[in-house]
Design a binder for this molecule. Structure first.
Ligand code: AP5
Ligand code: ZN
Length: 213
């Protein structure tokens, strides 16, 4: 099963993608996580990506597309995967389509997690990300058992560099301009399903699970 998960920054894509990945035993591929891992390891790619991420801009397609196509070509993606954060614009979606077509494959579902802008800023300022395994928490809605410490790996939880209000505002603008048109793109292909992302995390998961049955 090949799934993409769409939604504004902070809509809960990463949270839900991790749940789906575990439930269906398919890899969760997040371009954002790949970039953050590269930043943490100080790679050339990480240094380049950081310039854009810190401003809330998209990393150029030349850098993003190759990484993603290499990743979905790997052995563990044979039985499917979930893409979180890719595609991010129409050209990325077209490149993905073409690559899948060449492999005689296709996407099965595009899940759109719908959350209005008003809710986003609140979510972002409360988000804490694990520096070890990348898991995300929310200080009010999804708190860790011990403050500031990841339940899964015990590493420190931090506010992401791009979660400052000014950067969040830019990310939302970029989302509306470049990413939102993908909703129509996948609707036209007949694979779009929208869920109400303002609901409780468990209710959102249940709504997605019902679609994927
Ligand atoms: P990326 O990492 O993809 O960030 P994003 O799309 O902005 O999404 P987020 O990770 O911020 O949010 P999310 O929707 O995953 O929400 P989460 O589950 O954490 O990308 C970062 C940057 O990398 C981009 O800005 C860009 O520069 C670059 N990039 C990445 N991919 C790219 C691409 N393809 N092309 C070009 N550039 C690219 O949830 C948010 C918070 O809410 C958390 O605290 C969570 O605990 C909480 N929460 C989740 N669900 C609920 C709920 N139902 N109720 C209450 N709280 C909830
Ligand atoms: Zn962790």
């Amino acid at each position: 099963m090949k799934i993409i998960i769409l939604g504004a920054p902070g809509a809960g894509k990463g949270t839900q993608a991790r749940i789906i990945s575990e439930k269906f035993g398919i890899p969760n591929i997040s371009t954002g996580d790949i970039f953050r891992a590269n930043i943490k390891n100080g790679t050339q790619l990480g240094m380049e990506a950081k310039k854009y991420m810190d401003q809330g801009l998209l990393v150029p397609d030349e850098l993003t597309v190759k990484i993603l196509l290499d990743r979905v070509g790997q052995e563990d993606c044979k039985n499917g995967y979930i893409l979180d954060g890719f595609p991010r614009n129409i050209p990325q979606a077209q490149v993905l389509d073409k690559a899948l077509e060449e492999r005689k494959e296709k996407l099965d579902y595009a899940i759109n997690v719908d959350v209005p802008d008003e809710n986003i800023i609140k979510r972002m300022s409360g988000r804490r990300a694990c520096t070890g395994c990348g898991a995300t928490y929310h200080i009010e809605h999804i708190p860790p058992k011990a403050e500031g410490i990841c339940d899964t790996c015990g590493q420190e939880l931090v506010l992401r560099d791009d979660d400052k209000p000014k950067t969040v505002k830019n990310r939302l603008d970029v989302y509306h301009e470049q990413t939102q048109p993908l909703i129509e793109f996948y609707e036209a292909k007949g694979i779009l399903n929208t869920v109400d992302g303002t609901k409780d995390m468990k209710d959102v998961s249940a709504a997605i699970a019902a679609i994927l049955q």
